[in-house]
Design a protein around this ligand. Sequence first.
Ligand code: UDP
Ligand code: MG
Length: 310
Amino acid sequence: MDKLSIIVPCYNEEEAIPIFFPAVEKVVQQIYGLKTEYWFVNDGSTDNTLNKLRKVHSMHPEQVHYISFSRNFGKEAALYAGLQAAQGDYVVVMDVDLQDPPEFLSEMYSIIKSDDYDCVGTRRVDRNGEAKFKSFLSNQFYNVINKISQTNIVPGARDYRMMTRQMVDAVLSLKEYDRFSKGIFSWVGFRTKYLDYHNVERVAGETDWSTWKLFKYAMDGIADFSQAPLSLAVWLGTFSFIASIIGIVFVIIRRLVEPSSSVFGWASLVCLILLIGGLQLLCIGIVGKYVGRTYMQSKHRPIYIIKEKQ
Ligand code: UDP
Ligand code: MG
């Protein structure tokens, strides 16, 4: 019998948990020859999530486990903790809000069993029910990152995916502190099949991802999987250097040809100083982003801290 580990990050999901568990159980019990274990990860929730998890655990002590963090470490850390704890031959990662339809589990399992694939992911083909501006930003993000990164980031791909043990071990071997899962799952390689589906709204509770938070997440993803912004700094520097050489030559020639004209140009001078100052700050900022990541990595801090585990 194969064992499937189901990893579920939860942050303030007291309402979703009691709906999620029976919904998934209904599907997996239909799958022949499959045994399941659950790893719920309570990512420092401030509501009753932990009590809900304790309750499900006490009803199914062998099958349902939970890890509770000492504070909110973020979904990426929760996923990592779950992957580390999972014992199964196959591992699936899914959200607790039922935006990742459990009906896919049996199809995922039969595809992954067929040996042709090491991973079955899911991809949203639309974003109904999401703000237009948010969808626009995320489309732009996929355009940009796929142009400047070697790692292919599949547009609309969710974290919802089933993986073989071999792939899970590969994902765990990446010990980086700033974990951008969408990139990591793709970076490790292996053959992945994507199942398409239409966006489903949250079953309960509210999303924690504001547009601003998503934007920062996207910027972090770019810094994690591309060095193109660093080259941008080099190109901007080169360009303004060449422009300044041309400017100097121009000024000297003008001075020689028409000595009286040198008092003009104060306004343009101020604009140039501002422009170059701005470019310099931008480039320092870009470099700083990478230095900051190196700094965090060099501290070797743990990715999460567990307070309670069952
Ligand atoms: N989540 C988490 N830690 C966080 C934020 C979210 O573990 O800091 C979990 C959350 O409980 C849910 C999943 O990650 O199971 C996805 O979150 P959400 O539904 O808010 O994101 P969306 O589906 O809108 O991308
Ligand atoms: Mg969700």
